[in-house]
Ligand binder design. Structure first.
Ligand SMILES: NC(=O)c1ccc[n+]([C@@H]2O[C@H](COP(=O)([O-])OP(=O)(O)OC[C@H]3O[C@@H](n4cnc5c(N)ncnc54)[C@H](OP(=O)(O)O)[C@@H]3O)[C@@H](O)[C@H]2O)c1
Length: 348
């Protein structure tokens, strides 16, 4: 970034799985920072975090923490966002929110830069980052939507434990050691920390991410359904989802069936994907090349492979979409939006 304008920035949830990546990306991208506040709950207040060679002390997030803050990145859970974002906005901050709190609010843009960056201009102080599994899917589907139109999406996810935060990562590692040592597993966090029943995640697959809704879908599945329509700006797309937690630490994988509105040429589909912003096409079955969570971990892009015409419907495709949920699914998407805001303010 060449413009000298710099900003007072706050990261809320600085000690969490997403917050840690936001801080790393702000440093790596050389984001123009005048001052930086790292905020958490009272539990982690006092923790020291290094940022570009300087040590910062984490403070408890309070309304007055946002005095003078111009850009605030929130990833501390929906309740914290509901309580503190109005305080931050009232003090003049633009808030980029990683939680579910405002995503479906009609006044809040839900932004994936590769799909609808123009929506940022409509913000009234809050810009929502979509759910991680939704982000990577729409990044991959946007070029196909623009060229052919999409009538229907059926997605099944294979989601990493880091999607449930830092404690869930420890839970998988602890349980894996316990199973290998023949010890008791004692599930403690997953599938949903706030619910009474817990299941083993080590060496297992749990078909529940977030709470069940009255319609039999989980909240994670409903997020994919609603958010996809909002981001694409098209309520006519039919979406159904089944979201599953698997014992992977970083990187969500998705099997996606997508019905297009027009006939397509498979070579053109692959070329559109290969040239789409934020997408890396890894599709060479003869050489066993396809996206893998282990290889996507730590990268900002969305990886797409196993692209093939459906056998039951010639206007439909099947594909495998993988991305790091903490990066494109959260921190990188938020930092991209922050960079866009910084660039637009610097330019005018
Ligand atoms: N993980 C993902 O892949 C992902 C993707 C998209 C969106 N998100 C969303 O991002 C949010 C954070 O996720 P995460 O995975 O980073 O969770 P996490 O690892 O559990 O971290 C939670 C963070 O929030 C802070 N926090 C908790 N209660 C707070 C309070 N009352 N006031 C201020 N700070 C508080 C924690 O601080 P302490 O250290 O003090 O507890 C910690 O820094 C969630 O809303 C999640 O839905 C996560």
């Amino acid at each position: 970034m060449s413009n000298p304008t710099s900003f007072n920035v706050a990261v809320v949830g600085a000690t969490g799985a997403v917050g840690e990546q936001i801080i790393r990306l702000l440093a790596e991208r050389n984001f123009p920072i005048k001052s930086l506040k790292l905020l958490s709950s009272a539990r982690s207040a006092g923790t020291q975090i290094e940022f570009k060679g300087k040590t910062y002390t984490v403070e408890e997030a309070k309304p007055e923490s946002f005095d003078g803050v111009e850009i605030a990145l929130f990833s501390a859970g929906g309740d914290v966002s509901k309580a503190l974002i109005p305080e931050a906005v009232a003090r003049g901050a633009v808030c980029i929110d990683n939680t579910n709190a405002y995503r479906m609010d009609p006044d809040t843009p839900l932004v994936v830069p590769e799909v609808n960056i123009h929506k940022v201009a409509e913000h009234k102080g809050i810009i929502s980052n979509p759910n991680c599994s939704t982000i990577q899917m729409v990044v991959a589907l946007k070029p196909l939507y623009d060229r052919y139109g999409i009538s229907r999406i059926i997605v099944s996810t294979y989601q990493a434990v880091s999607g449930a935060g830092a404690r869930a990562i420890n839970e998988l590692l602890r349980q894996s050691r316990a199973v290998l040592n023949g010890d008791d597993v004692n599930p403690d966090i997953l599938p949903v920390a706030s619910l009474p029943v817990k299941h083993q995640i080590a060496f297992n697959a749990i078909p529940q991410i977030d709470k069940f809704q009255d319609n039999g879908f989980t909240l994670e599945e409903m997020k994919m359904i609603r958010e996809t329509k909002k981001i694409m700006g098209d309520d006519s797309i039919d979406v159904t989802a089944t979201c599953v937690r698997i014992p992977v630490v970083y990187g969500h994988s998705e099997s996606v069936y997508v019905e297009l509105k027009q006939d397509f040429d498979l070579k053109e589909v692959k070329s559109l994907l290969a040239n789409a912003p934020g997408v890396v096409l890894q599709d060479d079955p003869a050489n066993q090349v396809y996206p893998l969570a282990t290889e996507a971990a730590g990268k900002n892009e969305t990886f797409v492979g196993r692209v093939r015409r459906d056998l039951s419907n010639p206007r439909a495709l099947n594909m495998w979409i993988v991305s790091d949920n903490l990066l494109k699914g959260a921190a990188w998407n938020a930092v991209q939006i922050a960079e866009h805001i910084a660039a637009s303010r610097s330019n005018g």
